[in-house]
Design a protein around this ligand. Structure first.
Ligand SMILES: Cc1cc2nc3c(=O)[nH]c(=O)nc-3n(C[C@H](O)[C@H](O)[C@H](O)COP(=O)(O)O)c2cc1C
Length: 168
C-alpha cells in the first residue's frame, strides 16, 4: 500500500485532533487515519509507511490504548517498513519526562525490524530531560498542546517537509 497509515491513541482528544490536522495537511489521498483502539495487527501490517501518534501519561508512560496495542506490535514484521512518531506531552508540568512515551514505541519498532524516520530539532522547547532525545534531536515530531498549541500548525508543516524525503 502506497499510502501512509496514521495510527493515533488519545485519552482526552489532543492527539486525535492533532493527528487529524496532520492527516489533512498531508492530503487525504496520501494517508489514512486510524484510532489504535480499533486497529488490528493485519490492518497495520498492510502499510509500508506509518505514523504513530501517541501522548504521554503517568510519569513518562504510553497512552493507555497504545499500551494495550503493544503486544500486537510484536506480531508484525516491520522489516522494510518506515515509521515516523509524533509525540504529545506537557513540557511545563512534566519537564523531567517530556514526551518519554515516544522512546517506548521507537524501541519496539526497532526490535520488530522497522526503521524510524522524522527526527526534529529540540529548539523552541523548554524541558530538563526526555527519553525522546537521541543525538540531541527528538526522534520524531513533538507537540505540546498544553503550552504551545499556537505552534502546532507550523510544526506539522515543517515535519511534512522532512517526511516527504524520509518516506521516499
Ligand atoms: C495525569 C497526566 C499525566 C501526564 N504525564 C505526562 C508525562 O509524563 N510527560 C509528558 O510530557 N506529558 C504528560 N502529560 C501531558 C499529556 O501527554 C498531554 O496533555 C497530551 O496532550 C494529552 O493528549 P491526549 O489527550 O491525546 O491523551 C500528562 C497529563 C496528565 C493529565
Amino acid at each position: 500500500m502506497n499510502q501512509i497509515g496514521i495510527f493515533y491513541g488519545s485519552t482526552t482528544g489532543n492527539t486525535r485532533d492533532v493527528s487529524q490536522k496532520l492527516y489533512e495537511a498531508l492530503g487525504e489521498s496520501q494517508a489514512e487515519i486510524h484510532d489504535i483502539r480499533e486497529t488490528t495487527g493485519s490492518e497495520m501490517a498492510a502499510y509500508e509507511k506509518l505514523i504513530f501518534s501517541v501522548s504521554t501519561w503517568g510519569v513518562g508512560d504510553l497512552q493507555d490504548d497504545w499500551e494495550e496495542f503493544l503486544p500486537t506490535l510484536d506480531t508484525i514484521d516491520f522489516t522494510g517498513k518506515t515509521v515516523a512518531i509524533m509525540g504529545l506531552g506537557d513540557q511545563q508540568n512534566y519537564p523531567d519526562n517530556f514526551v518519554d512515551c515516544m522512546q517506548i514505541l521507537a524501541k519496539k519498532v526497532a526490535e520488530c525490524g522497522g526503521r524510524i524516520v522524522g527526527e526534529t530539532s529540540t529548539e523552541g522547547y523548554v524541558f530538563s530531560a526526555s527519553k525522546a532525545v537521541r543525538n540531541r534531536q527528538f526522534l520524531g515530531l513533538v507537540i505540546d498542546e498544553d503550552n504551545q498549541a499556537n505552534m502546532t500548525t507550523a510544526r506539522i508543516q515543517g515535519w511534512i517537509e522532512i517526511l516527504k524525503k524520509a518516506f521516499q
